[in-house]
Design a protein around this ligand. Structure first.
Ligand SMILES: [Zn+2]
Length: 424
């Protein structure tokens, strides 16, 4: 197994890893060879951050349009073929060789350690390990390295999840937070004493558990009100191949600086001040098959430089405030779909989707499509949301089954709450 420096590395050590990564990409990546040549960038001459920032940003479109140019090893060396989730546009192919799988293993091992999972624990993975999903396999590999017990239930199937919890007594679950609401609902309907179960913590993926002030999001409060388990927020993506994970103090997701170099940039590409929001731009370090440099994630996040109460000094990022391309402008107010989701969580409503379209003048038109089974009337919801968001949203009722089909499309690995049909 490859050795990795500890996450508590110095700035100088991280810079060395970054330089090695740039040199590796310059030697092996057809995409970056071309880019550096076209931009007249000499990696050997990069000595400080301001030199590094001259390298152009890599975008998702670059990855989509020139996918194979990013491959820096022989195709035959690839072991795991996966795709990105395709939240914005078509999914992109991603490939990992042996060294990348070892890196992924180490990444998730560190991530579980931050959340306090130990060798003695049993962890039930309620996400898929298949369907071209990198994260499911990463959890499995990380837990293998940790030596913990693993239950692979996969996604959905609340009955199987509770049966497995009763049989194997896991202390932790890996789960999408809104799936926990489904699990609780199933337990309540089937007289399962879920509050006395063995589960004490959940490693959560895909949904924000912190709000902009680093306090518990409405979703976290909603789950905790029903089930007293400790929820750990994580943030990751296929392109980053690295997880950011909350410790037991729940004040932002810890960065693993030995695996990823992070920048948070404003609209003009300049670094934001500590505590301000900007787009997360990443350079995942020590990746061999598809190295990326200054990859724009499209996620708007906040950086937290202060040392954490847990003693880690490597910085954290707050939860994802929204995706840059998903920003909505409604009568002069800018907001992200996450703001609407947060407000809906305070009302305890899950069965809905948000649809954005253009009106005849090209303005954003946002329609909240709720299930007919939601107890509050559309007018009541509209008024309550107006109090929280200062905007009046159009609300339509649909049958519960149509809302379910739209929210859980067959081809998707996670719920799709926001449907962006805007053309501009
Ligand atoms: Zn901490």
């Amino acid at each position: 197994m490859k050795d990795f420096l500890s996450p508590e590395l110095s700035k100088k050590e991280q810079w060395q890893l970054l330089k090695q990564h740039l040199e590796y990409a310059e030697r092996n990546s057809p995409f970056y060879k071309k880019l550096f040549k076209a931009q007249d960038i000499q990696i050997a001459a990069i000595e400080k951050e301001s030199d590094f920032c001259r390298i152009p940003i890599t975008t998702k479109e670059d990855l989509q349009q020139q996918n194979l140019d990013f491959l820096a090893v022989d195709y035959g060396e690839i072991i795991d073929h996966v795709t990105t989730s395709g939240t914005l546009g078509n999914p992109v192919n991603f490939m990992l060789n042996e060294a990348d799988l070892q890196r992924l293993t180490y990444n998730e091992y560190e991530s579980f350690k931050i959340a306090g999972v130990t060798k003695k624990d049993v962890v039930q993975i309620t996400t898929t390990l298949d369907r071209r999903f990198m994260a499911g396999m990463a959890y499995y590999l990380g837990l293998r390295k940790l030596g913990a017990g693993i239950v692979r239930t996969g996604s959905g199937l609340p009955g199987l999840q509770w049966d497995s919890i009763a049989r194997f007594k896991p202390q932790f679950l890996v789960a999408v937070p809104s799936f926990l609401l489904k699990l609780i609902d199933f337990a309540q309907q089937n007289a399962i004493d879920y509050r006395s179960s063995s589960v004490k913590g959940v490693i959560c993926i895909g949904e924000s558990l912190l709000n902009e002030k680093l306090e518990d999001s409405a979703l976290r409060k909603r789950i905790k009100d029903l089930w007293d388990v400790e929820l750990f927020s994580t943030y990751a993506s296929t392109e980053m191949a690295t997880a950011f994970t909350e410790c037991k103090f729940h004040k932002g997701n810890h960065i693993l600086p030995n695996l990823i170099y992070t920048e948070i940039l404003d609209e003009n590409g300049n670094p934001v001040e500590n505590g301000e929001a900007g787009e997360l731009v990443v350079t995942p370090l020590q990746v061999e098959s598809m190295p990326l440099i200054r990859y724009a994630t499209g996620d708007m996040v906040m950086r937290i430089e202060e040392n954490c109460i847990c003693g880690r000094t490597s910085g954290r990022i707050g939860s994802v405030l929204g995706r840059k391309k998903q920003m909505l402008k409604i009568k002069g107010t800018s907001l992200y779909p996450q703001h609407i989701q947060e407000a809906m969580n305070t009302l305890g409503i899950s069965d809905y989707i948000i649809e954005a379209k253009n009106d005849e003048f090209g303005n954003d038109l946002v329609i909240l499509k709720i299930s007919e089974e939601v107890k509050l009337s559309p007018l009541e919801i509209q008024l309550k949301l107006r109090d929280q968001l200062q905007i009046k949203l159009e609300i339509q009722q649909l049958s519960a089954s149509v809302v379910f089909q739209k929210k859980f499309p067959k081809e998707s690995r996670k719920p799709v709450v926001f449907h962006d049909l805007r053309s501009i």
